[in-house]
Design a protein around this ligand. Structure first.
Ligand code: F6R
Length: 637
């Protein structure tokens, strides 16, 4: 498959910017990127085979390399790629860790790669998490020596942690460090917490190959996907070499390539502020982004920017194209002003030529898709309220049951209430027994999953009733991809898409709201969005779809950049409080929620701070001073 990368220069060559110090290739998506990496590994394995030599691979675990391993397995099964000459050394393992635990990297590697290819088990080397403390030091020295005995690593695959770790070489690691035991950084434990169901279950230590070990590999590829990696990727590629960001040591390795997707690369100067790097083609989106950036840099509102500001900050070509700062400023100001509306469903009997939504039909049928049973109120509670108050026929579709996010304690509370009402119900007695004996990291039995799902259903109905939506307009889709009882979900299936498409077909909406937030910790939002996009693709030729506009909101983790916003709905202080109250109905997600990502604020606090922040940003740019703004981007399908 041909990769649709934004830019490509062969390894060893750099982009023409004074900023970048590590060769990198940016792909539009991680699947294509992973396939290219797998091809490079396969080529190396075959080359070594042709020369009758072993191929020594250094391998990583984590979410980043999974697709690479899948592709290698596919090549083995479908194209006969043989692993008979392959010797592997894994980067790291938690310590202590039983190799049979589902959390062990031993388990991970077998599940994703080794169980599916013809590698000789004797050729697999993974640091053991069960050597005794006493033996640990010597064990690490021996691991290091074994790599050397094979003549070093031919190829090393890496991921990167948000601390800048490679392997588990956390900040402070030495340039020449070898295989050793290490204490995990707090941020690394936060990132690992979801899969261990809580930070307290994450091991405090690990065994890791050293920077020196990694750096002696003949070829290194580091993978990074997603916007949570964008800032550390920028620091690593553009920053100074420092032990505070151990991945920066790779700047000294002459055959390293970073393979990134657009989200992970988005903070690189070349992509984020290309006007600082060279000539740009100024389309509307880039101009808006640059002007907002310029306001932030100069601490000025839009209408106060001068020719000099544009000229001094790499934007003189925009000035030439736009005529003068005066003209550019007014155009930008109006554009932003026109995103603001208190009428998210369109203002009846009003000129709508410069409003984000159409005036007609006056009364719109609306579907608000909510991936989990609280994203609707967290992300767009104010807009939801306005749509109902302004008389639209609002339907809410909860895409997943959200059952895994209800704690055992919370479920026990409800189970005991049911038991108090009817002490003879044997099913409830079983549930209570199980809940008493299980820890959060043990998979729920079906009856507990159902109970947890029902708790979230009832919380949702309390919130939708509070906002004035009749129960018949509230749809619980319980998409099957989610129902695994664990954090790892099934991939999206036809049945998920059909359920979403059937609802759209039934309601024939004029407006669809969907979570365009791809940053939730377990990826559920992304799958939910994909079900909607696929359903839209399947339905787009239907007549009624000509009249259906799609608005994307962002969930609890992330907000649109100002230049991306097409509709901004203001909230008064009273509306902010009403939204807060609607969120409070989701009690199981309050006060110490199970899955809050790496943000310790409760969801309602995040929502309020985020909406307030958007309002302040608008105000700083010279627009009106609102208490809060909810932001949406239009999606064209
Ligand atoms: C795993 C490893 C780590 C990960 C890094 C990124 O063997 O050594 O350095 O590569 O923590 O993890 P993901 O890919 O899950 O973001």
């Amino acid at each position: 498959m041909k990769a649709t990368n934004i830019s490509y220069k062969p390894a060893g060559q750099f982009e023409d910017t004074r900023f970048e110090k590590i060769h990198n290739v940016v792909f539009s998506n991680s699947v294509e990127a992973s396939i290219c990496v797998a091809q490079e590994i396969a080529t190396l394995i075959k080359l070594k085979q042709a020369n009758n030599k072993p191929c020594i691979l250094g391998l990583a675990t984590g979410s980043s390399p999974i697709r690479v391993y899948e592709e290698l397995v596919r090549m083995h099964k479908e194209e006969g790629l043989s692993f008979s000459n392959v010797v592997t050394f894994n980067l790291d393992e938690y310590y202590p860790m039983d190799k049979n635990s589902i959390h062990s990297y031993f388990y991970f590697m077998h599940q994703h790669l080794f169980n599916h290819v013809n590698i000789n088990p004797n050729n697999i080397n993974i640091p053991s998490g069960s050597v005794s403390q006493k033996e640990l030091h010597q064990y690490c020295i021996d691991y290091e020596l074994k790599i050397k005995e094979y003549g070093g690593l031919d190829f090393q695959l890496l991921g990167i942690g948000r601390t800048g770790h490679i392997g588990f070489n956390e900040p402070g690691s030495h340039y020449n460090s070898g295989t050793r035991s290490i204490t995990l950084d707090h941020l690394t434990k936060i990132d690992a917490a979801p899969s261990f169901l809580g930070i307290n279950n994450v091991p405090k230590k690990a065994i890791t190959m050293g920077i020196g070990t990694v750096k002696s590999a003949k070829r290194i590829i580091l993978l990074a996907w997603g916007h949570t990696k964008s800032s550390i990727i920028k620091d690593t590629i553009e920053g100074e070499i420092t032990s505070e960001v151990p991945a920066t040591y790779l700047q000294k390795h002459s055959n390293t390539t970073f393979i990134l997707n657009e989200e992970a690369a988005q903070d690189l100067t070349r992509l984020n502020t290309p006007w600082l790097v060279g000539q740009c083609v100024w389309n509307e989106e880039l101009s808006s982004k640059a002007i907002i950036w310029l306001c932030d840099l100069t601490k000025k509102s839009i209408l106060k920017l001068t020719d000099e500001d544009y000229n001094n900050n790499g934007m003189s070509s925009l000035l030439i194209q736009g005529g003068s700062s005066y003209d550019i400023n007014i155009k930008m100001f109006n554009k932003l002003q026109h995103t603001i509306t208190g009428w998210p469903g369109g203002k009846p009997n009003a000129d709508d030529s410069s409003r984000p939504e159409r005036a007609n039909p006056h009364k719109k049928r609306v579907i608000i898709f909510s991936p989990h049973p609280d994203d609707d109120v967290i992300s767009m509670g104010g807009t939801f309220d306005r749509l109902v108050e302004q008389g639209h026929d609002v339907h809410i579709a909860y895409q997943t049951s959200g059952n895994i996010a209800v704690s055992n304690q919370e479920a026990l509370k409800f189970a005991e209430v049911i038991k108090d009402m009817d002490s003879k119900d044997s099913k409830i007695a079983t549930i209570i027994n199980k809940l008493h004996s299980k820890t959060e990291d043990v998979e729920d039995i079906k009856a507990i999953r159902i109970l947890k799902g029902l708790i979230r259903k009832r919380e949702s109905l309390a919130a939708t009733r509070f906002l004035g939506v009749p129960d018949k307009n509230v749809h619980f889709l319980n998409l099957p991809f989610y129902e695994t009882g664990t954090i790892k979900k099934h991939p999206m299936g036809k049945i998920d898409v059909d359920i979403v498409a059937n609802l759209i077909t039934k309601i024939k909406p004029h407006q669809i709201y969907a979570a365009g937030d791809l940053a939730d910790p377990h990826g559920t939002h992304k799958v939910c969005l994909d079900t909607i996009f696929t359903a839209l693709e399947n339905l787009k030729h239907e007549d009624y779809m000509n009249d259906c506009w799609v608005w994307l909101y962002r969930g609890a983790w992330h907000e649109w950049d100002i230049h991306q916003i097409d509709m901004a709905v203001p909230m008064s202080p009273d509306q902010v409080l009403k939204k807060r109250k609607a969120i409070f109905f989701h009690q199981s997600q309050k006060d110490g929620v199970m899955f809050q990502g790496n943000d310790t604020r409760e969801f309602w606090v995040r929502a309020e701070e985020r909406n307030n922040e958007t309002a302040q940003k608008y105000h700083k740019l010279g627009l009106a001073d609102y208490a809060a703004l909810e932001a949406f981007k239009r999606y064209y399908y």
